[in-house]
Design a protein around this ligand. Structure first.
Ligand code: FAD
Length: 571
């Protein structure tokens, strides 16, 4: 028996473990994690090797759930891996480390939509200072003008830094913001001021050249306390209720096992169970526990404890389109991507001896968020889905090499630049559903990518804008040509290219969404308590009802910081 049982030692779960176990009146905490430890896993430390932890088209890994997306009708029926970290730190141990918080409009919309002003930007931004610790970049380069220090924390928990390996295209990107008014400079792409629009310098969850995850920071701190335990290889199979309070089922037991056929252990939570199993794991556990749409549960023979049609619905994700250009010169990172034996041992040695060089860096030094023009024809038929007038529709991520996560591998020769277009305000919604009542069978994951008119329009225009970006004079001697289908110019041609090349930015949210107290939709109340139940809260990406204007770890970190205060009755 513990005071609190947290399911999932991921991005959010570890924040809560640390925060609720601190203080003068310590509470006992057990964290259950299905995956393995991150200790001694080199690729979880070396920033640039992070992408090797997650699956590729023909590659599974022991650090990931190795999910496959359902065939996507909006993407020519294609299917591909849908990476999710399965180790201490969850996705924060395997992600690409881009770190920022999103638009103030995201939080203000969450406050409006949930009826809880505690989610508004003015209430939430204080957690930035608690959460982050800005540290110098790996190469100790000058950070002047690359972020707005007054909006960032220096005494928080997770190390965050600006790019630690300067690359030849950085200056060209910044020169483009000078030359083309369509792509203004944003002085703080860490969004400490809640402003996302424009192109700026990427901030990463990296400190001293190594990944800073929720495991290496929050969990590490929590585990120094004798009243905190974490179990790995502990796959939670369901939550159990044996009694009622105020006519509502009380969940106070969690069952877990190390694998199919292994003995099941039951642990009791005296105060609360906190579900932090992520946007796929959390709805899966709810459904296995009889919390979800009764008709779906009936089909699988799972007795319904709480009928809630919203569980697993409303799945939303940023779409990733890798726009690749052939470029001149040899100043790209393509040889590392190719695994060139003349290059890789040297840069690995550099990282090992001095935590510096290209491997100490994340995948991108510059990124920016942009809006469709206000007079775009789509707004004649569709209302603007951005979270507000200063929020974005799409993002550009600048990559100094060939990046095509589930597409063809890098060609044997040539050098490349990838300008990813990410769809930031998609209107498509999908679902996560059980494929089986067996907790060890992967759920069906169907985000229904690009199934609305708005989504395809926005990406088509993002492609056009991306091609305008490289018309700035600095690119004249650098960019040779668009690669593959990027050369298309007609609506039909671009749409075909978009549907053929798009995949995921790995940011699923919304499958156990926050809604107002008493609403007839949604899964948790604004205080993150499971609707219709006692004893359970949910805190992870699944409760964000819509996508923020950010790569999602920052918004999940802020949400988890507030969740801890809610649990302790301080928010
Ligand atoms: P997670 O961090 O996934 O935590 C869930 C935890 O629960 C996991 O450890 C999981 O193993 C565990 N779990 C699940 N089911 C069970 C079960 N039944 N029993 C026990 N444990 C269970 N975001 C950014 O901001 N920047 C980026 O650059 C970025 N890049 C990404 C790249 C990749 C490849 C991926 C996969 C994600 C990326 N993201 C990025 C997204 C971001 O990391 C996630 O949105 C965020 O970490 C989600 O946090 P979470 O707490 O909801 O879930």
């Amino acid at each position: 028996t513990y005071d609190y049982v947290i399911v999932g030692a991921g991005n959010a779960g570890n924040v809560i473990a640390e925060r609720i176990s601190a203080g003068p009146h310590p509470k006992s905490v057990l964290v259950l994690e299905a995956g393995v430890s991150d200790e001694g896993v080199l690729a979880a430390q070396v920033p640039f090797l992070g992408p090797t932890l997650t699956p590729g088209t023909f590659r599974r890994t022991p650090f990931d759930w190795n999910y496959t997306v359902a065939p996507q009708e909006g993407l020519d029926g294609r299917t591909f891996p849908f990476p999710r970290g399965k180790m201490l730190g969850g996705c924060s141990s395997v992600n690409y480390m881009v770190h920022h918080f999103g638009s103030s409009e995201d939080y203000n919309k969450l406050a409006r939509d949930s009826g809880d002003n505690g989610w508004s930007w003015s209430s939430i931004k204080k957690y930035i200072f608690k959460h982050e610790k800005i540290v110098p970049p790996a190469d100790n380069s000058d950070t002047d003008g690359k972020f707005l220090p007054q909006f960032h924390g220096t005494g928080g928990t997770v190390s965050v830094s600006l790019p630690g390996n300067s690359q030849s295209i950085d200056a060209k990107v910044i020169a483009t913001t000078d030359e083309l008014p369509e792509f203004p400079f944003n002085p703080d792409q860490g969004h400490g001021n809640g402003q996302v629009l424009g192109m700026g310098w990427t901030q990463n969850s990296i400190g001293e050249g190594a990944r800073s995850s929720s495991s290496t920071t929050y969990l590490k701190e929590a585990l120094k306390r004798p009243h905190v335990d974490v179990l790995i290889n502990a796959h939670v199979t369901k939550l159990v209720t044996t009694r009622k309070k105020r006519g509502r089922p009380v969940f106070d037991k969690v069952q877990f096992a190390s694998g199919p056929g292994a003995p099941v252990t039951t642990v009791t939570a005296r105060r609360e169970i906190i579900l932090s199993a992520g946007a796929f794991g959390t709805p899966q556990i709810l459904l296995l526990s009889g919390i979800g749409p009764k008709t779906d549960l009936d089909v699988l023979g799972i007795p319904t404890v709480i009928h809630n049609p919203s569980v697993g619905q409303n799945l939303s994700d940023h779409v990733l389109l890798p726009n690749i250009f052939n470029v001149r010169g040899q100043d790209t990172l393509d040889q590392i991507i190719r695994g060139d034996p003349n290059v890789v041992p040297g840069v690995l040695d550099q990282w090992t001896t001095s935590r510096s060089g290209p491997l100490a860096n994340g995948v991108t030094n510059n990124l920016g968020f942009f809006r469709l023009p206000a007079n775009s024809s789509i707004f004649n038929s569709v209302s603007d889905p951005a979270t507000g007038p200063t929020a974005s529709h799409w993002e550009m991520i600048v990559i100094n090499f060939y990046l095509n996560p589930f597409g063809p591998p890098i060609p044997p020769a040539g050098t490349f630049m990838t300008l990813i277009s990410a769809l930031i305000s998609p209107t498509s919604r999908g679902f996560v559903r059980l494929a089986s009542a067996d907790p060890f069978t992967a759920p069906i994951i169907d985000p229904k990518f690009l199934t609305t008119q708005f989504d395809i329009f926005a990406l088509r225009e993002a492609v056009r804008a991306t091609k305008r970006f490289v018309t700035a004079s600095v690119w004249n001697d650098y960019v040779i040509s668009p690669w593959g289908g990027l050369a298309q110019t007609s609506d039909e041609g671009i749409d075909a290219y978009v549907r053929q090349q798009s995949t995921t930015v790995y940011h699923p949210v919304g499958t156990a969404a926050i809604s107002p107290r008493g609403a007839n939709y949604g899964v948790v109340d604004p205080d993150l308590k499971l609707k219709g139940a006692e004893g359970v809260r949910i805190a992870d990406a699944s409760v964000w009802p819509f996508l923020p204007n950010a790569h999602t770890q920052g918004p999940v970190y802020l949400l988890a910081e507030r969740a801890a205060d809610l649990i302790l009755g301080r928010a």
